[in-house]
Ligand binder design. Sequence first.
Ligand SMILES: Cc1ncc(C[n+]2csc(CCOP(=O)(O)OP(=O)(O)O)c2C)c(N)n1
Length: 926
Amino acid sequence: MSTPIPKDGNPKPKRSSLQFLESLSPDYLESLHQQYQKDPNSISPDFAFFFDILDLGQDERSAISPISAQDNNVAQVLRVNELIEAYRMRGHLLARLDPLGLYHPVIDPHLDLSYFQLNQLPEKTIFRAAESIGIPPSSLSEIVEHLKTTYSNYIGVEYHYIRDEKIKSWLQTNIEKNRNQTKFSPDDKLRFLKHLFRASIFENFLQSNYTGQKRFSLEGAEVLIPALKHGITVCSELGAEEIVIGMSHRGRLNMLANVMEKPYQEIFKEFEGAELPEMAEAMGDVKYHQGYSTDGLTWNNKKIHLSLAPNPSHLEWVNPVVEGVVRAKQDTKYQADRTKVVPFLIHGDAAIIGQGVVPETLNLAHINGYRTGGTIHIVINNQIGFTTLPRAARSSLYCTDHGKGFQCPIFHVNGDHVEDVVHTINLACEYRMKFKRDVFVDIWCYRRFGHNEGDEPRFTQPVMYRVIHEHPSPLEIYIQQLTQDKSVDQAEVDKFSKGFKEQLDKRRSEIRNSPRILQADMFRGLWQGFELSNEMKMLSPVETGITDKHFKSVIDVIHHIPDNVKPLPKFKRLLDARKKRINEADQIDWAVAEQLAFGSLLLEGIPVRLSGQDSIRGTFSQRHLAMRDTQSGKRYYFLHQLYAKQASFYCFDSPLSEAAVMGFDYGYSVAQPNSLVLWEGQFGDFANSAQVIIDQFITSAESKWYRMSGLCLLLPHGYEGQGPEHSSGRLERFLQLCAQNNIQVTYPTTPAQYFHLLRRQIHRKFRKPLIVMTPKSPLRMSEVVSKKNEFLKSHFKNVLLTGNQKDPKRVILCSGKVYWDILREAGNRKKENDILLVRVEQIYPLDKQKILELFQKYSNAKGGWIWVQEEPKNMGAWSFIRLNLLDLGITELKYVGRPAAASPATGSYLKHEREQRQLIEESLSY
Ligand SMILES: Cc1ncc(C[n+]2csc(CCOP(=O)(O)OP(=O)(O)O)c2C)c(N)n1
């Protein structure tokens, strides 16, 4: 028989969960029951649960009134239980989350009693069910009322998908114990009220004094301020010493002022118009992107360090950066104790579901190299994104649905109900601190005005804004509630609000007539002792050679396999051959040079962190920072064995993410200037999946936000016939971003040069992002080796010269791998002593002085000056070099390389070879 179709067209599903009983034979049930009575663990948990309830009803010794056989209607007990479970799973669908009352979930939660056929139940059955949710014996309507208050009032909870029973039952107990509410004391209530006042008055003050200036008002979501104040205090009570916050534009100024305690006058300065800090390269950023950090106080006067990460307009991209900052602090200041530093990420409802970097970052949460012990996610869910409504913004029911996939509990709460929000934050923070896992609090609110202060929201949302216009503010609602139940004294409230307004007026007038210069505040905490850089400092040689002793220690350690570790024979042969080359032929290859850089820094007390896809072994099977024991499968890390007091060495194979992982490592580098931090691309071009991190953070943060970073990006690059996506690290992209000494872009050709480059990152008094185009085939080219003495007393050289330095017939400028191709062919043609090869090892900042000197010396070369590159003409370094040489007055520079192309490289190996032969041929034809 088919199911009747009701008028709305959707067949009403039949309740089915008890049907399984009907399909089982009584004999089978009886035998299962006997088995259960012998050993409840010997049958499936579902049946055990069923018999638990059955037997509970028959237990004459129960403290609760015994249930007679006649009353023991198993099906009915189970139905009540199903009802309870249904509320736990779907109660949130009925919760009154939207302060505006405009939202109605379209999904039928099936929580009505008729659905469970629960209209006439024996009293004792109900008592038994009531007991199972921890409430006194009551009527069915009381049970339902209890469930509604707990799961469907102003808080909706999602946690049924959590697989870990311990976690699930902790949540259930804490949610159900007081009907998911807290009875706050009058003092608490007064405190929430004052925070709401601050939030609200601050916005009004800015509105009336700086009308029309963008501030992305918090109004409609003012509850964020008391909630955050409370959450920070809970974390502090449970052991946190630092909180790192990432958030976007919405309410950021309010947060800076009223949570971070950035002096009001500092914020007003930015509205009044202030000069940038006295720093040559400062470009600054708008006020609602700036970061801030302070030693603040919780509301119960405990000290806590608070940092708000600066962020670009690109929503959500700050998330992995915050996680990296937190991890660096945990690693270096708190011996990896994840309770000490807690990340808070504050999201918008449109952004959190739309931006892929969100799930990418969530995916880091439990991975060894990236975990931070759980993030507290708070969504300012104002039910709109600029002009876009939720139905156009997502396919999911909630904007927080990514969280479910990562097993996070999610609390949805009505933002007009301050105490419910604070209660929820409280629970979320306790959860994070206990289980060290991510948790979400989705605060349903609204945006009182337009997207920004110049925006007219009624163009697109006339109905919504008519409702908003009529709707009292959270502050008004709370005042009314508190005055009604007489829990606060009106006189005290008035006094507070008057005093706060006067304070804001005073701060504003203080700065009006004094010079207004913004503070850069760059060199605090771990940054003490660092200084600003400039071009000269970036080009000056820095001695980075190491001692013979350190050289030997590293070489020994990276070639030593202890007796109790069983290597793959092939790997052992590889190590032996490498050691032999070092000892007997004095040939140090790229991978060894890199380990010499890492190892020597570790010996000097500098931690090193490398993360990237398959980085431990290396994409090209070149690195082998660790080997696997063939018996146990465990990893043996060579560079952990240097000596007892060496610095920490971290190397991680990252998840297959560029955006989140590069963002994370960038964050790590910003919070840890005294470590060498490296991110590696599988192939260089994959870095473009993280282009936002490169554009908005790595290359511009120092100028916008006065934050240095020494992050190193390792990008395998070089034309070897591997097709469009495995050839180019997109050198041109980085070069286009270069200005004001913001980054260093390099394409070193020798192992020793690479070694000094890495060590130089640490041995200077400033930090600067370093982009390195790294080799693929040169990793194994016999000529790409360096000698021991090049590692002992030396430094990185911006430019290297080879060939005829007296009267060259041609001057060939190039960078990176193509040098080796030209050199080899010049050798074949016996031309190596005719030409001068100028390797530009550091392309930015370019050592112009050196180039100019060379030009003055060799401008008469008959074969002229050429720039040779493997990349197409519209890519690589050509445009950059040409423009720079033009600035120096060098106009006669010829291009040799592939013609401009849409795709970085051909997919045909034959075509690749032809092109490569041709450009080498051309560079040697004069
Ligand atoms: C990645 C990105 N795309 C587009 C924008 C432009 N933009 C700024 S705010 C905004 C709406 C954000 O909505 P929501 O996340 O709900 O936050 P709200 O402004 O409502 O607080 C958009 C589209 C941006 N800043 N970042």
